[in-house]
Design a protein around this ligand. Sequence first.
Ligand code: CDP
Length: 222
Amino acid sequence: MASSIPVIAIDGPTASGKGTVSQRVAQHLGFHYLDSGALYRLAALCALRAGTDLADEASVAALASGMKIRFVDGQVLLGSEDVSTAIRAEEVGNSASRIAAHPAVRTALVALQLGFRCAPGLVADGRDMGTVIFPDAGLKVFLTASAQARAQRRYKQLIDKGFPANMLDLLKDLNERDARDSNRAASPLRPAEGAHLLDTSDMTAEQAVAQVLAWHAASRSL
Ligand code: CDP
């Protein structure tokens, strides 16, 4: 059934700045925020902890559908444990990208994602927000940046969170992750039809936020 609750879908490759831009846009508009990547990271964390083979699609999907997740005041809770930092480790991100290629894992997370669409609106950030999960989004943005700019952003993010990081390893990981996310058969990373492309390599987060807000305002006045 069509929903009248507005959605802004912001998709793009790893470390393109989607998270920062999406959260600020949501804050500015008073909208809810869905970090769909966190759901794949949570499923990966559960699989790693359980020692499940990441290639075992049915077992990982079963873990994903059984997760007790809550997002509270910027914290990500798995059961009663705060895993906000644990899910940001590179190993978890890489594992997330591997399990995200399994259609059954993606299906297991659909209802959870749709449940975030609440009044007054939602900003959803991911790989397939505009193509698969919210194809009726009123505004679709595909955020990119050069591999070098993205590796630098990821480096800073990891160091700020106290994780070890190395630029060359990050660039390699990033290119591998882009290739895996773009070439998989299930919901591959690609701009949705009608998406606005935004290359943020030489932009500040504020400039990117201002552009998305301007597109949103224009889409509302149509
Ligand atoms: O932070 P980063 O952009 O590196 O990744 P993320 O958004 O936290 O997502 C982690 C992984 O989950 C990605 O590499 C994707 O493979 C997968 N993902 C996905 O397939 N679909 C989504 N809607 C969101 C994330």
